[in-house]
Design a protein around this ligand. Structure first.
Ligand code: PGA
Length: 264
């Protein structure tokens, strides 16, 4: 059992999961830019044997324009947030069924920017995961410690709490239907990166935590790394299942390079 914070990696378990590279565009781009970017990405990725899954996650207003370009390709669509409600008087919210209706297959849930700036809690995250799964969306659940939590040696405690609370009572039949993204908050948008062995260590910690929740199938679930991923700093240890890329995904060239580095 992993208890300390020595970043010692215990072992490789030969899991064979498809790599997943997710572009989180955050609150960037207008429709014409989104269309141009997506057309150029499709051209770049056209001749690549896609051994990786690629998901574009634009802002809500761009979903349909991006979907129009990718709908007959291997590239998939995701949303940056989702409501836990199905429909009704929830001004400003977007339900998971509205997202599947516009072509989404994925939803990022519990991103640290939403937790920190908009007060999203683990309980809200749990409800969003549940409603997304019910609607057939695959949640990408973000977890990670702040710098202060890290410095106080509380990283594991925080991650455990985030995962255990947000996955409480969540039923999962297929391990492909839920993804965890480990995103240390101090590494997001800062250009700071943990060392690859630290990423592997936290990967293993998260593996163990989800193992206690989902049992056997947890070993087939994918865990991504996110936080200042660039084509220069792409996490390549074989165990890491891919990346959630923010800033560097806004450039189609860099993003293509990351897909290639992941084996695409
Ligand atoms: P970043 O963002 O790559 O710009 O650090 C990652 C994220 O917030 O998902």
């Amino acid at each position: 059992m992993v208890t300390g914070c020595s970043y010692e990696v215990i072992g490789d378990d030969n899991r064979m999961r498809k790599k997943l590279i997710v572009a989180n565009w955050k609150m960037n781009m207008l429709r014409s830019e989104a269309k141009d970017y997506t057309i150029s990405l499709v051209e770049r990725l056209e001749n690549l044997p896609l051994k990786v899954e690629v998901v574009l996650v634009p802002a809500y207003t761009l979903l349909d324009v991006v979907y129009g370009v990718i709908k007959d390709t291997n590239i998939q669509l995701g949303a940056q947030n989702v409501s836990w409600q199905v429909s009704g008087a929830f001004t400003g919210e977007i339900s998971p069924y509205m997202l599947t209706d516009v072509g989404c297959r994925w939803a990022i849930i519990g991103h640290s920017e939403r937790r920190r700036i908009l007060g999203e809690t683990d309980d809200m995250v749990r409800k969003k995961i549940k409603s997304s799964l019910d609607a057939g969306l695959i949640p990408i659940v973000c977890v990670g410690e702040t710098l202060e939590e890290r410095e106080k040696g509380k990283a594991i405690e925080i991650i455990r709490e985030q995962i255990e609370t947000s996955l409480r009572d969540i039923k999962l039949d297929d391990p492909a239907n839920l993804v965890i993204a480990y995103e240390p908050v101090w590494a997001i948008g800062t250009g700071e990166n943990p060392k690859p062995n630290e990423v592997e260590y936290f990967y293993e910690v998260i593996q163990k935590i989800i193992g206690t929740i989902f049992g056997e199938i947890a070993s087939q679930m994918r865990i991504l790394y996110g936080g200042s991923v660039t084509k220069e700093f792409y996490i390549t240890p074989p165990d890491i299942d891919g990346a959630l890329v923010g800033g560097a995904s806004l450039d189609a060239d860099s993003f293509t390079k990351m897909v290639q580095l992941a084996g695409g």
